[in-house]
Design a binder for this molecule. Structure first.
Ligand SMILES: Cc1cc2nc3c(=O)[nH]c(=O)nc-3n(C[C@H](O)[C@H](O)[C@H](O)COP(=O)(O)OP(=O)(O)OC[C@H]3O[C@@H](n4cnc5c(N)ncnc54)[C@H](O)[C@@H]3O)c2cc1C
Length: 336
């Protein structure tokens, strides 16, 4: 095998995985359909609130948090209720993540130079009953430097591994197929896209100038979500929210296309919870768009008034920052 591992996607998930695998002395191939200008993916554009539990920042503000409370909130928000074990791994992952966020996560990031804004935000606070949706306490720890501030240490680590020969990073390599043999994944095949001078986030060319095939026993798909693929969003729209809106805008660049999902499924991957999607309702069209249909979210001031399509104030707790899907449900009921 040419590589110990192949990582598809050089967003934050791909960078973290690549850095950690290469740290253990393994050789990694990191592929991304976009150019090097997009290294870090969506995370670079993000506000970068991080989920930490019972942190020094919370304690300094007098916020009493605990692993038990965070787990209760997680259960209330996730609503693990699917049949056929569809939630099995999501639940196991959630347990491990709550452990991580209570334990080593903050120190791990701190050791890489990540620092946090002293005021902890309160995103998705819910506002229903104690074991319902939302965070019972503020847990949104904002990284100094926001999105670029969280990408930087992982980019630094990956670049270090590129220099010492443990990581091969190949931008403009779009994976089109996961190769299999006897039911096991053996590698990837795809198209080499023409070089792009588009700036970070801008739509890039899809002209193919070649193809590739690489082999490894370990292939990690970290190709991001479906946010820019309105067709896929409409297809997987949750039934409880009625019809999908006629017009949508996108908080993510066009390359967040969800294309790898069906490619993974075709190779035997199990895709679950397709209809569990996240939408911010406080978005407006960016007056100076970087990508197609660029939408940005407005962070509400304390005195803002939010009205539905009929001019009525939203009912509590459907205010910005409380329960975005609950608000979406209310909007869907009053008109598009
Ligand atoms: C404006 C904004 C604000 C946000 N705020 C927060 C926040 O405060 N806190 C928080 O926790 N999260 C936040 N998020 C969400 C978070 O940033 C994303 O969930 C996260 O960055 C996704 O990382 P990823 O690596 O999984 O995917 P991505 O960043 O999408 O990376 C996936 C990569 O895979 C590549 N790829 C896809 N398909 C292929 C293919 N076939 N072949 C090769 N490459 C492929 C893509 O080009 C891309 O570079 C925010 C997101 C946005 C956009």
């Amino acid at each position: 095998m040419e590589y110990d591992a192949i990582v598809i996607g050089a967003g934050l998930a791909g960078l973290v995985a690549t850095a950690e695998i290469a740290d253990s002395g393994k050789k990694v191939l990191l592929l991304d359909q976009e150019s090097e200008a997009n290294l870090g993916g969506q995370a670079w554009w993000s506000f970068r609130g991080l989920f930490l539990i019972d942190s020094p920042e919370q304690r300094r503000l007098g916020i009493k948090d605990s692993k038990e409370l965070a787990w209760q909130d997680w259960l209330g928000t996730a609503g693990f209720d699917r049949e056929n074990d569809e939630d099995l791994w999501a639940r196991k992952w959630a347990e491990a993540y709550v452990d991580f966020a209570t334990g080593e996560k903050r120190q791990w990031l701190h050791n890489m130079g990540v620092r946090f804004f002293p005021v902890v935000g309160w995103a998705e606070r819910g506002g229903y009953i104690a074991d319902g949706h939302g965070n019972s306490v503020p847990r949104f720890h904002i990284v100094w430097g926001t999105g670029p501030g969280i990408v930087a240490p992982f980019e630094r680590r990956v670049r270090e591994h590129i220099k010492n020969g443990f990581v091969d990073y190949r931008p403009r390599h779009r994976v089109d197929e996961l190769l299999t043999n006897d039911g096991a994944i053996t590698g990837v095949a795809g198209s080499l896209l023409e070089p792009s001078t588009a700036a970070r986030g801008e739509d890039s060319s899809r002209t193919i100038i070649g193809d590739f095939e690489y082999h490894s026993q370990t292939v990690l798909v970290s190709s991001g979500g479906i946010g820019a693929n309105f067709e896929l969003i409409r297809k997987n729209w949750p039934s409880r929210l009625g019809q999908p809106p006629k017009d949508m805008i996108s908080g993510v660049p066009a390359h967040v296309d969800g294309r790898m999902l069906s490619i993974t499924e075709n190779a035997g991957g199990r895709i679950v919870n397709r209809d569990r999607m996240w939408h911010y309702t406080e978005g407006i069209k960016n007056w100076n768009p970087i990508w197609s249909k660029h939408g940005i979210r407005i962070l509400p001031g304390p005195s803002s008034i939010w009205l539905d399509a009929t001019g009525q104030r939203f009912q509590a707790p459907n205010f910005p920052g409380f329960d975005t899907l609950g608000t979406l449900e209310a909007i869907q009921k009053t008109g598009l």
